[in-house]
Design a protein around this ligand. Sequence first.
Ligand code: GTP
Ligand code: MG
Length: 315
Amino acid sequence: MAATTTTIEELPGVGPATADKLKEAGFNDLMALAVASPQSLADVAEIGNSAAQKIVLAAREVVDIGGFETGDVLLERRKSVNKVTTGSKGLDSLLGGGVETQAITEVFGAYGSGKTQLGHQLAVNATLPVDQGGLGGETVWIDTESTFRPERIVQMSLDQELDPEAILQKIHVARAFNSHHQMLLVEKANELAQTDTIRLFVVDSMTSHFRAEYVGRGVLAERQQLLNRHIHDIMRFGDVNNAAIFVTNQVMAKPDAFFGDPTRPIGGHVVAHASTFRIYLRKSKGERRIARLIDSPNLPEAEAIFTITEPGIRD
Ligand code: GTP
Ligand code: MG
């Protein structure tokens, strides 16, 4: 095996048919194979256990699967984390300075609460240099509800005296037609990140397709499993590219027989545990919105008020 092995086809024992089956099952790169259990590969690729074992070991020779790290090393890694401003100082400070890279920030709330607007503002701001509250990079945006509006990007850019055309060229939008397509688009994003400096990943909405397609208790486990894989794929994108992950989520529209609370976000524990920051948005008077930080590893629960105006998200 060459030291320059980069694709799964180059591994010994992986022929074209096996490669296809592996990719179909989501094992798209060497890292995915290196951390897989041989049994799961054997099942999806319809190969023997020992053949699967050999593939896993070969993948581990190529990629660094990591291990334990000491706290000082982790602190050093934290220093590479950047924060993009939301446009509102209040909201920024609620988040400890802005929306962080290498983390998932989830906003949930009713329709019209401002989730998509916030995404637009972040995509514009991400293009700013790091010392001006940006990430110095571009955005990939998975749009599941066709609510991305380039016109809105133009408005927001003009207000900051940015060239709208140049900003729009830095926002890569893909419409996801169903949950499976949505998951595949993460792979496309990985490809794009090879050539473009992607520093923000927006999924708006992360849960709507899953919610619509997997209805009822019988398919709940499958839905959660797929959602879990999707979230971890996105998380890995954030880690590898030092990108901020911004995902939106709906709340249960009406009181639910099982859960009661109409302000509960969709996605259950899978989404709750994966999100580093969870923000609950609700409408207040007119342009005003209230953001509540629900869950954070190192920040207190608190609220901030911001507005959605023509120029964008403001205090
Ligand atoms: P769903 O996707 O339906 O769940 O809602 P959402 O949370 O994504 O809401 P969204 O971000 O789309 O917010 C829509 C709201 O933003 C509108 O109801 C308006 O109040 C506000 N808004 C959008 N564009 C403008 C604008 O140009 N000017 C002002 N003042 N408000 C705007
Ligand atoms: Mg929306």
